[in-house]
Write a protein that binds this ligand. Structure first.
Ligand SMILES: C[S@@+](CC[C@H](N)C(=O)[O-])C[C@H]1O[C@@H](n2cnc3c(N)ncnc32)[C@H](O)[C@@H]1O
Ligand SMILES: [Zn+2]
Length: 369
C-alpha cells in the first residue's frame, strides 16, 4: 500500500504495518522532527547515513525533503530491499541515494569520516552502534538516535541497564527523565572514548521511545570538558521523594534524613539546546508539509521552556506526603510569587519542574486547592 509522510510517498507492504517491525506509522513525529532538525542545521550538501533504515522511510524522506547531497540507506535485512528500492524510485531520488545491505557496524567502520549526519534507529538500544558511528562521522558532525528499551533505562530492569549502558537505573517518580539522562550519559562516554565531545541539541520521549539529536566534535580537550561538565549524580530519597542533581554523591536525604539512593554517573547537564530549539520553532513555519506539525509545535513549545532538572510527579508527591493534588496554575503562581522558577515538562502532564526545595513545595501545596 502507498502511505504519504511529509512530501514523500512510501510503498509499504501490509505485513510490515501489522508487525510494526520494519515500519511503524506511529513514529512519524520522530521522522518529521528529523527533517526539521536537518533543515535547522543547514544540511546543504551533507552526506547522511540512515544506518538501520527498515523500508528506508527516514532516509528517503531526508533525500526528498532536505537539500543534502547524498543519503546512504542501509539495513541488514534482505527482506526490505525491494521496498527501499521502490521508495527511492517512487520519490525520484535515485541520484541522491545509495542503498546498502550491511551490518550497520560493519558499514560505519569501513567508511571513516564520511558522514555529516548518522541516524541510528534500532529495535531496543542504540548503544551497540556508537563506537562505529564515532569512526564514520566527520570531525564535526551530528547524530540522531532512538532507544526503545525503556524498561532498562527507566528502572524496571536496573541490571540490564548496567549491562548495556554502564549505569544502574532505579525506579523513581521522574523515571522518563532519568532514562534519557542515562542514555545521554552513556552516549557521551562512548563518544568521549574516541575523543568526541557530545552536545545534546534536542532530546525527548514520546510513546514507547526516546530520541536524541546531538552535535559531535573531535578534540581531546572538548571531549574531556563534555564529561566534566555534563556528568554527575542523581541523589534520590525513595522514602520522601527528595531529589537533587549534584557533582558529588549525597548519601543523606536533606528532607527526612534517610539514606539516599545515589544514581550515576548520569547526564546532569542540559539535555536541550534552548537556542537550537528556538530555531527549530521558527523554522517549522517554512516546513509546512509536516503532517504532525501541530504535535511537533506543541512538543517544541514545552522543550524550549524546559531547563530545570528532575520533574516532580505531583500525584506521587501528594500521595507520598498525604496531600490533596493542587491546581497546577495556582501552585505555579504561588511558587513564582515566592521567587522560584516553575516549568511544565513534556515528560509527564502531571509533572512540574521547579527550583523550590521539597520542603517549600510540601508547604505550599495545601494552600493551592
Ligand atoms: C526500528 S527498525 C527501523 C525503522 C526505520 N528507521 C523507520 O523509521 O521506519 C530497525 C531496523 O534495524 C535493522 N537492523 C537490525 N540490526 C541491524 C544491524 N546490525 N545493522 C543494520 N540494520 C539492522 C532491522 O532490519 C530493522 O529494519
Ligand atoms: Zn527523604
Amino acid at each position: 500500500m502507498i502511505i504519504k509522510e511529509g512530501l514523500t510517498r512510501l510503498k509499504i507492504p501490509r505485513r510490515y504495518l501489522q508487525k510494526k517491525h520494519f515500519f511503524n506509522p506511529k513514529v512519524e513525529l520522530s521522522r518529521d522532527l528529523t527533517t526539521l532538525v536537518l533543515h535547522t542545521l543547514n544540511c546543504k550538501d551533507w552526506v547522511v547515513c540512515d544506518a538501520l533504515s527498515g523500508t528506508g522511510v527516514r532516509g528517503v524522506r531526508v533525500a526528498k525533503e532536505c537539500p543534502v547531497k547524498k543519503v546512504w540507506i542501509n539495513d541488514i535485512s534482505k527482506d526490505n530491499i525491494p521496498f527501499r528500492k521502490a521508495n527511492v524510485e517512487l520519490n525520484s531520488v535515485i541520484r541522491k541515494v545509495k542503498i546498502t545491505n550491511q551490518d550497520a557496524n560493519e558499514l560505519l567502520s569501513e567508511n571513516i569520516r564520511i558522514f555529516d549526519y548518522i541516524d541510528i534507529d534500532p529495535w531496543g538500544s542504540p548503544t551497540y552502534y556508537f563506537d562505529s558511528t564515532a569512526r564514520a562521522i566527520k570531525r564535526k558532525g551530528f547524530i540522531g538516535f532512538s532507544a526503545t528499551d525503556t524498561a532498562a533505562l527507566c528502572g524496571t530492569s536496573p541490571i540490564t541497564c548496567l549491562r548495556r549502558y554502564g549505569i544502574e537505573s532505579y525506579k523513581t517518580d521522574f523515571f522518563k527523565e532519568l532514562g534519557i539522562r542515562i542514555l545521554i550519559a552513556s552516549a557521551a562516554l562512548s563518544f568521549a572514548k574516541w575523543s568526541f565531545s557530545f552536545k545534546p541539541l534536542l532530546s525527548f520521549t514520546s510513546q514507547h521511545y526516546f530520541r536524541v539529536f546531538a552535535e559531535l566534535r573531535k578534540g581531546k580537550n572538548i571531549a574531556s570538558a563534555t564529561l566534566k561538565e555534563g556528568l554527575g549524580y542523581v541523589n534520590y530519597c525513595p522514602k520522601c521523594l527528595w531529589r537533587r542533581t549534584d557533582k558529588e554523591p549525597i548519601n543523606k536525604c536533606e528532607f527526612c534524613g534517610s539514606k539516599t539512593k545515589v544514581i550515576g554517573k548520569v547526564w546532569i547537564g542540559q539535555i536541550e539546546d534552548l537556542a537550537f530549539i528556538q530555531k527549530c520553532w521558527e523554522n517549522i513555519s517554512h516546513i509546512e508539509w509536516l503532517k504532525t506539525g501541530d504535535k511537533v509545535k506543541k512538543l517544541l513549545f514545552l522543550l524550549k521552556n524546559e531547563s530545570l532538572p528532575l520533574y516532580y510527579d505531583l500525584h506521587k508527591i501528594c500521595q507520598n506526603h498525604g496531600l490533596k493534588i493542587p491546581k497546577f496554575k495556582t501552585l505555579q503562581q504561588a511558587l513564582i510569587d515566592k521567587g522560584y522558577a516553575v516549568e511544565r515538562t513534556h515528560f509527564s502532564c502531571q509533572g512540574i519542574k521547579t527550583d523550590a526545595p521539597l520542603k517549600i513545595l510540601i508547604k505550599i501545596i495545601p494552600k493551592c486547592q
